[in-house]
Design a protein around this ligand. Structure first.
Ligand code: ZN
Length: 247
């Protein structure tokens, strides 16, 4: 079974469409690691595209803030502006969908999904030290996380945590790692709608559970068209510009 794993679409319908087009026909089930909305200009469109697509999905911190589950006052002013605008845009049905999203970790298709850390859905996992507790605690050997918007992740072979370095940043369209059956993995597909590793292309992953491989993909999309729609809704300039830098 080939599993499409994606995260942090952040209401960027153009990036999502480009990603789905690039990998059309090469996956059997799709799972989403949260942050469907926030930052981007297309919250309703993205929810309506994601909803029928996924066999499993969890909420992210932006989904929670837009739902009113957490107080957007905890966000920085730029992110808060986007949360407040998103609330004014969502149809009642789409808002209900967001409110009903489960929190991670959950198990689906033989893997574990979390938005942030295994121990705390809102926690960032940037370092090997931060990855170790989740690598040990996860009920499965293969766990996918999002939240940092940085593709790659960590492996644990029983003695040390290793960071998985991808060559994607050097302009390649995909990079494949092979999973060691004796090791545990905490892997991040990167962000579809707002990459932050310096590469502005949409990021996602495909896990082949029989071959025990994970492919990390990148796809170019029309960033300028998204930036124009963000200008129309009065998004903060910092949010608009960062899409072009992938930061
Ligand atoms: Zn996010």
């Amino acid at each position: 079974m080939r599993l499409l794993v994606f995260s942090d679409v952040h209401a960027n319908a153009t990036a999502l469409e480009a990603a789905l087009q690039a990998c059309a026909g090469s996956w059997d089930h799709a799972i989403c690691l949260g942050d469907v909305v926030g930052y981007g200009p297309d919250p309703n469109k993205v929810i309506e595209r994601v909803r029928p697509l996924v066999s499993a999905i969890i909420r992210g911190n932006h989904d929670k803030a837009v739902s009113g589950i957490t107080d957007p006052e905890e966000f920085n002013p730029v992110a808060r502006t986007a949360v407040e605008w998103t609330r004014t845009q969502l149809t009642p049905e789409n808002l209900r969908y967001l409110v009903g999203l489960p929190s991670g970790p959950i198990e689906a298709n033989g893997v574990v999904l979390v938005h942030g850390a295994v121990e705390d859905e809102d926690e960032y996992v940037f370092s090997a030290d931060q990855a170790l507790p989740g690598l040990l605690a996860s009920p499965r050997s293969l766990t996918f996380f999002g939240h940092t918007h940085i593709p790659g992740g960590f492996s644990y072979n029983g003695s040390a945590v290793e960071r998985i370095d991808l060559s994607l940043g050097r302009g390649k369209a995909s990079d494949t790692i092979t999973l060691d059956p004796k090791a545990r993995y905490l892997l991040n597909p990167g962000s579809v709608g707002q990459p932050r590793d310096g590469d502005p292309r949409a990021a996602f992953a495909i896990a082949d559970l029989e071959k025990r491989t994970v492919e990390f993909w990148r796809t170019s999309y029309d960033i300028a068209s998204v930036q124009r729609r963000m200008e129309q809704f009065g998004a903060p300039e910092a949010l608009i510009l960062r899409l072009g830098f992938g930061r």
